[in-house]
Write a protein that binds this ligand. Sequence first.
Ligand code: GLU
Length: 507
Amino acid sequence: MRNMEKRVRVRFAPSPTGGLHMGGVRTALFNYLFAKKHGGDFILRIEDTDQTRFVEGAEEYIIKALKWCGIEPNEGVGFGDGPHAPYRQSERKELGIYKTYADKLIASGHAYYAFDTSEELDEMRRRLEAAKVVAPQYNAVTRQNMRNSLTLPEDEVKNLMEGGAKYVIRLNVPRNEEIRFNDIIRGWVTVNSAQVDDKVLLKSDGMPTYHLAHIVDDIEMEISHAVRGEEWLPSAPAHILIYRYLGLEDQMPKLAHLPLILNPDGNGKISKREARFPVFPLSWQDPREATPYIGYKESGYYPEAFVNILALLGWNPGTNEEFFTVDQLAHIFEFERVHKSGAKFDPEKAKWFNQHYLRLKPDAELAEAFKPILKEKGFERDQEFMIQFCKLVKEKVQFVQEFWDHGKYIFIAPQAYDEKVMAKKWNDKSRDIFDAVVAQFEAVKDWQVEEITTHFHNAEAQVGKVDMQLLRVLITGVAGGPQLFDMLALMGKEEVLKRLGTALNKL
Ligand code: GLU
């Protein structure tokens, strides 16, 4: 079947070497969106062939993170078996899938056995470095001085193999050949094979390397597009050769290498040790490290916000619109609008996105989320109060946990009064003015915004202009906050009068 007619099947293929960071989630997201847009399949494949880098808990973390983001694969590890199970490469290896392909390459002369020990390889590197070779590699030139089935006599190779000598299988990369391939994001890329090393395809323990395994799986799983991070671009020429030598070039998935996500300074990749913002979607405890990494979720981000931010890292809709749900993205996403250059992450903008999604939440949901935080601070209020509180304060916050900082004075009577405001506005007429306000407030029957306002104006009619900010400071201690009369209505008549009384007594 020709590529163009292939059903869209994409895969996210992480190695379980740690928690999935935001760059990985973005790769998963773009795969997901592309699959959705084309009514195709999105597969989770776990590439665990490097046993030395395996990290306990990483696979479970990846599954949980994709679920939290709402970008679930419809096939693969943790999401249900399709016709291409198993989806873990370590399990696929047991079925002999990779070995078959490696043997094919050996048979056609496009791969060979190499018997070099790690000492011999180190020695080679030292020799090349001494000869001022910039990037020493095992290739068409250097392999001639090494111990492999291209340099050793046939019977020696046979003896070594039969004697159980350790060997790897390497790709036989030609010395000087143009390799040309198309990347959906980058266009045509041309690389000379002299730049490509004789990659190990099968390791001495029989495990395939990433290079062989992902190609075999992409073919076997009928993947139509391989979408992955830019760090894989330098390996792509070797991959093209493997497809070619296997006679599978016409079945090769189309390639798309996504741009890097850069740190806010724009001078490098985002580091997992970044202190200014979370890097992982969910908190991640690396079993090899003492301190956990706090996730976006645990920092108070909504998945909608997180996904929206990620979508705009390297892709743009071509309009000024910035807010998109996953479903909307799935309609408009296209690789043609993914750029080549790195995308700088802006943590302030990320917060702003969260604010947007927070404001869209029903007040009852915000109330529910804020309840435990309030309880921890030692306060409890009924549902109606909580809803009104959230409605009032939500314009001020970007995260649910900020409701406390922006509204704590509603629960706690002031100990002190904003000095600046007091120095500037409290004068010898103030006491009479506020006595009048107190008297008017005492007369309010139905303690609602409307009646509070009317009585406030009554007081003004008696004593002249009442400074609203000063009134606020006398009641809350602080100079700013949500709508004053709304806040007074919420606090209740008794509490407001008590606080005004205390303030006037003190001053
Ligand atoms: N296992 C590779 C990784 O973790 C996957 C690269 C690919 O998608 O081909 O980055």
